[in-house]
Ligand binder design. Structure first.
Ligand code: NAD
Ligand code: DAU
Length: 357
């Protein structure tokens, strides 16, 4: 038995690979294009481990995916591969259409051909698990109930629109061809190996470097935070017991404003790594120009996965954010290495001239 994971050198995919192999001997074939967000250093601990086969390549490369499927005969394919950063999708939407829409379509085609060729038991038990996001549901008002699986799709950014398109294709391949698929829509993740272009790792890395902590607009946008290892355990549970064709929302019931998140990170750093001059890290917070089309609030209703599959997160926000800050303090080299020349160019472009206060 083997599983094929795509995007397994990125933040969530790599955490998934590491957690999977820490608790199972079932091998993983890991297909990743190694974009700026893919980092083999995260998987360095698996060097020489015969259970992990890394293959550099694109989910949109039909011939490559077909040959991997034929060679390894996986019982499941888990699709983590994506362009994932909203701000980048605003500046360069085409990459998002290419990977998230065209790439997912080509992956589906390769998987459909493979699945059609499977016999009896292997065909019945096979599944494709598509990892998606709550952002496909759009933005909530302050008093709206959290997103359920039946919430209307209302994506607002090129990123979320491209993920919505991929979800629709996955759904259509089940409905039309009978392909056994599972889709998960998760809220904001945080934890180890998170690329420091996203809010929480950016704040930790900038704070430590004595740089400003850029909060978009009024900082009162709300996100619903889930520790990445809880996302991984939810995906394992869906793979194990999810019903083909079903969608499962995943979340931690942890709504926080961005301003609260940034102040929490600062307070933890004040405790764990106080500044030599005694000033609090919160003095580094600055307000910058808002993200265009910025979604105001996300919140996930995760009762279906709890009710039907018995999954609940293990971490509270307080325990997860403390572990996260501690991880970045203990692993400065990982963060330093991912902040390459290309990363520095992105920060320069994204934040140049955006200060409003
Ligand atoms: P990430 O950007 O950290 O990693 C994406 C990985 O995919 C990288 O390793 C990259 O090299 C790889 N990749 C990109 N294009 C590829 C292609 N064409 N072929 C093969 N590999 C490719 O993203 P992440 O935060 O780990 O997100 C993983 C998945 O989870 C995405 O589908 C994302 O939409 C979804 N998701 C993310 C979050 C979050 O908070 N980060 C929340 C919910 C859902
Ligand atoms: O909800 C799930 C989504 O969460 C995933 O699908 C995406 O892949 C993931 O990137 C994330 O999207 P967000 O846009 O919510 O995450 P980000 O970390 O970019 O931003 C979180 C909030 O913080 C958002 O309201 C914007 C704000 N922000 C972000 C950055 C990078 C700032 O205020 N300042 C910043 O510098």
């Amino acid at each position: 038995m083997t599983i094929l994971v795509t995007g397994g050198a990125g933040f969530i995919g790599a955490n998934f690979v590491l957690d999977w192999l820490a608790q199972s001997n079932e091998p993983i074939v890991n297909l990743d294009k190694l974009t700026y967000a893919g980092n083999l250093e995260t998987l360095a601990g698996l060097q020489g481990d015969a259970r992990h086969t890394f293959v550099p390549g694109d989910i949109g490369d039909n011939a490559l995916v077909a040959s991997l499927l034929a060679m390894h005969q996986p019982r499941a394919v888990l699709n983590f591969a994506a362009e994932s950063h909203v701000d980048r999708s605003i500046r360069s939407p085409e990459d998002f259409v290419q990977t998230n829409v065209v790439g997912t379509f080509r992956l589906l085609e390769a998987v459909r051909a493979y699945w059609n060729g499977l016999q009896s038991e292997a065909k019945t038990s096979f599944c494709l698990l598509h990892v998606s996001t709550e952002e496909v549901y759009g933005s909530l008002g302050a008093t709206d109930p959290p997103f359920t699986e039946t919430h209307r799709y209302e994506p607002n950014s090129p990123y979320s629109a491209s993920k919505a398109a991929s979800d629709h294709l996955v759904r259509a391949y089940h409905h039309t061809y009978g392909l056994p698929v599972l889709t998960t829509n998760c809220s904001n993740n945080y934890g180890p190996y998170h690329f420091p272009e996203k809010l929480i790792p950016l704040m930790i890395v900038n704070a430590m470097a004595g740089k400003s902590l850029p909060v978009y607009g009024d900082g009162m946008q709300v996100r619903d935070w889930l520790y990445v290892k809880d996302h991984c355990s939810a995906i394992r549970r869906v793979l194990e017991a999810g019903q083909p064709g079903e969608v499962y929302n995943i979340g931690g019931w942890n709504e926080k404003s961005n301003s609260e998140i940034v102040h929490t990170v600062c307070t933890l750093l004040d405790e764990l790594r106080p500044k030599a001059d005694g000033t609090p890290y919160s003095t580094q917070i600055t307000t910058v120009k808002d993200r265009p089309g910025h979604d105001r609030r996300y919140a996930i209703d995760a009762s279906k996965i709890e009710r039907e599959l018995g999954w609940k997160p293990a971490e509270t926000f307080e325990s997860g954010i403390r572990k996260t800050v501690q991880w970045y303090l203990a692993n400065p080299d990982w963060a330093a290495h991912v902040q390459s020349g290309a990363y520095r160019d992105w920060v320069q472009t994204q934040y140049a001239g955006t200060a409003v206060a």
